[in-house]
Write a protein of this length. Structure first.
Ligand SMILES: [Zn+2]
Length: 132
């Protein structure tokens, strides 16, 4: 279904009839083209008190949980969904998820650093003579 710019603006202002709102929001979840179109509109118009986050949340385009974010980091997630998460993080600019992602990244680094240190320690204690 094709939406006119005016209809999309009406959606942002919650001025579309309820059945059309629902239809648009369903389509937003699966249609990356439409998501780009709406983000563009949001950028060029005054948002009238609605933050981008509120608007996307209303559309059910809400935050992925940490498990999903971790899969996104490890690139084990399905490509369609990964596109959506990138959209959520960069276009929507969700602070909450950005913070979560940074946190997950830091944890991952810690975990691999500890593993590396443990391995190094093992190797060096096998190679070096005991110095008691
Ligand atoms: Zn989020």
């Amino acid at each position: 279904m094709h939406w006119s710019e005016q209809e999309l603006l009406n959606w942002l202002d919650e001025r579309l009839p309820a059945d059309q709102m629902a239809a648009l929001e369903t389509q937003l979840r699966v249609d990356s083209q439409l998501r780009r179109q709406v983000s563009l509109l949001m950028q060029i118009r005054d948002q009238g008190g609605h933050s981008a986050g509120e608007i996307w949340q209303r559309a059910g385009l809400s935050c992925p949980d940490r498990t999903i974010l971790r899969q996104f980091l490890q690139q084990t997630i399905n490509p369609d969904y990964s596109e959506y998460i990138r959209f959520h993080l960069t276009t929507v600019g969700c602070r909450n998820c950005q913070a979560n992602l940074v946190d997950l990244q830091a944890n991952d680094n810690d975990a691999s650093n500890i593993q590396r240190r443990q391995r190094l320690h093992q190797v060096s204690s096998q190679l070096l003579p005991d110095q008691h």
